[in-house]
Design a protein around this ligand. Structure first.
Ligand code: ADP
Length: 599
């Protein structure tokens, strides 16, 4: 299948017409300096055509008919930089997806708008073929929470959706796989550090096939020194600049995204070839640019080896990584301690191409292998596009269920409230729960068992017709009582327990249960999932490295419910579902997927 891949970037547009399987190019189109008076484009080997002032959409509208002449395109793949939290997989583009990509521009203002312009132009010109968005961020969907999280106040993080996303996903994934192929190993057995060193640059720790750390963050500004971007700097510097130079958001954006990095340090622009040539002639600023660039990368390699507890291969790719023996030499100089030994001759002679994409540059005795690998993002995007367009991958987004963790808690009758807190006492709502009308109350009680007491257990309101205490298996061991697994409300013949409150104590003859795990849903949800009230289903929980499938999950359907699965703390721990920070029924970031119906 012939795929058109469009990479519509901030100042350039790259179009590749290629065979998705082999990656063989039929034709390519390149537009430079888009949106400026120097804008021009070139199709294949034809002479460049000057198109002053054309924007992304206009230049694509000129290029595409020329490019597509005599070719039948099966699908169009678009590189999209930011997929946010929503897009963890390639997706078929429709009006709604277009709108979502547009909303994500807030997270990637330099990138998503030109990506979107490419999508709009191509969809207008090729309305009858599938268009697929392939996201830079998607490969890093496997980052563990500790690598994703920034240590900022929780409230601020939540308000702005602050987290590490990571970029250059198709490239990191592609070169890691090529490295594994070259080493004749399964990618799932290797710890690889991939260094994508182009104009934008990022490193990635690919642990057994999954991205577990990467240097770009919430935006592509973090991490390595880049052509025009600073990468990591002390955030205190920003505060100083705001105070002393009166810089505003746009000013900082320009400074950090366009005027820093190799450009800022070297003073001769962002091209590593020029910088290297000047450095060789003794230009101090260019020397410093190279030193800072290489030092920063070496620092990341050391860090990522520590993150993965070792490294089997280090991969250099993209413009600088594939072509600059000098940078590779500088970076690899002191990696002996990781067992990575550079062979200087091999490094100098290394040449990679699409036809021969891997060159090994480590010495014969190097335990960790050093590789130069030609990246091919267009091919990676074409493959993903073909998989989706030909139906090999599912287009539909999975129906997921939010998971909440239900900590031990108590339901009381009105009479029990009075017995424990005093005549005429009513519960004080402290926090509403996700299920409508339910709340956690201010009041807490001690649960006294034959073996031990569990102090300070939260009461949930409003009062119910029967007292009920819901605990986990671990709580039962602590109390010294065996409780049955029951549906909420079904307390007949369950063991009793003693509750102690500020105004008295109450010994119940029944009421202690271990709640059966369940899913609340509305009749509409039930319809979507194809289940009925009181069905028992299996649910798969996707968590970090400890996926778990729960059987015996009860479906509870009521129009007043809100879709949510409730686990107790033991179950949540087993599945590594993070309990929320407070409350009885704490929402988590985990989601579950209904597996199949059981009879
Ligand atoms: P992007 O795709 O991010 O624009 P590339 O992967 O094309 O970037 O890489 C661009 C960078 O690669 C530039 O800094 C360029 O100077 C550098 N580069 C290309 N060829 C060489 C070379 N022979 N020696 C050193 N650097 C090179």
């Amino acid at each position: 299948m012939l795929i058109l891949v469009i990479n519509s970037g901030s100042s350039s547009v790259k179009c590749d017409l290629l065979d998705a399987r082999e990656g063989e190019r039929q034709l390519q189109g390149r537009a430079q300096r888009v949106g400026t008076p120097q804008c021009s484009f070139q199709i294949g080997d034809a002479a460049p055509e000057s198109t002053p002032g054309l924007d992304h959409q206009a230049v694509l509208t000129r290029m595409l008919p020329l490019l597509l002449q005599g070719h039948e395109v099966g699908a169009v793949g678009h590189r999209v930089v930011h997929g946010g939290a929503r897009f963890g997989q390639p997706v078929r583009i429709d009006a709604e997806v277009e709108a979502a990509i547009s909303e994500l521009a807030e997270l990637a203002p330099l990138h998503n708008p030109p990506n979107l312009a490419g999508i709009k132009a191509a969809r207008a010109l090729l309305p009858d073929v599938p268009h697929v968005a392939v996201f830079d961020t998607a490969f890093h969907g496997t980052l563990p929470r500790r690598a994703r999280a920034y240590p900022l106040p929780e409230e601020v993080v939540r308000r702005h959706g602050i987290r590490r996303y990571g970029f250059h996903g198709p490239s990191h994934a592609w070169v890691a796989q090529r490295a594994a192929d070259h080493l004749e190993e399964d990618l799932r057995d290797l710890r690889i550090i991939t260094c994508h060193l182009g104009n934008g640059a990022s490193a990635c720790a690919v642990e057994y096939g999954r991205s577990v750390e990467t240097s770009m963050g919430m935006t592509p500004l973090e991490g390595l020194v880049m052509g025009t971007r600073s990468g990591d700097i002390d955030p205190g510097i920003l505060i100083e600049l705001i105070r002393k130079e009166g810089l505003d958001a746009d000013g900082l954006d320009r400074l950090l995204n366009r005027e820093s990095g190799l450009t800022g340090v070297s003073g001769v622009g962002n091209d590593m070839r020029d910088i290297s040539a000047r450095a060789a002639e003794g230009d101090e600023r260019c020397r410093l640019a190279i030193q800072v660039f290489a030092h920063r990368l070496r620092k990341y390699i050391g860090a990522y080896a520590a993150v993965m507890g070792g490294v089997d291969a280090i991969v250099f790719t993209a413009g600088i990584g594939e072509n600059s023996a000098l940078i590779r030499h500088r970076v690899a100089q002191r990696l002996d301690f990781l067992g990575a030994r550079l062979d200087e001759d091999k490094n100098r002679d290394a040449r990679v191409s699409r036809a021969a994409p891997v060159a090994e540059i480590s010495s014969a005795h190097s335990r960790a292998r050093l590789l130069v690998v030609a990246t091919d993002e267009a091919h990676a995007i074409a493959r993903a596009t073909m998989a989706l367009a030909s139906g090999a991958a599912s287009v539909e987004e999975a129906l997921t269920i939010p998971v909440a963790v239900s900590a031990r808690h108590i339901h009381l009758t009105d009479e029990a409230v009075e017995a424990l807190f005093g005549k005429g006492y009513t519960l004080t709502p402290y926090k509403p729960l996700s299920q409508p009308g339910q709340y956690a109350s201010e009041e807490k009680l001690d649960i006294v068992g034959p073996k031990d007491t569990i102090p300070g257990v939260r009461i949930l309101g409003p009062p119910r017709p029967k007292c009920q205490i819901e605990v986990s298996r671990t709580d039962e061991f602590r109390l010294g009582i065996d409780a049955p697994v029951r549906n909420s409300g079904d307390v007949a013949n369950s063991p009793g327990v003693t509750l102690v409150g500020p105004a008295g104590q109450l010994t119940l003859t029944e009421g202690l249960i271990c709640a059966r795990r369940h899913i609340h849903m509305t009749p509409e949800d039930a319809e979507r999932f194809g289940v009925n009230d009181r069905d028992v289903v299996e649910v798969a929980i996707a968590s970090e490295g400890r996926d778990l499938i729960f059987g015996d999950v009860l479906v509870r359907v009521k129009s007043s419910y809100r879709l949510e699965m409730h686990l107790d703390t033991d179950e949540a721990n087993a599945a590594e579902v993070r309990p929320g920070q407070s409350g009885v029924l704490a929402a988590t970031s985990a989601s579950a997927r209904l597996r199949r119906r059981r009879i």
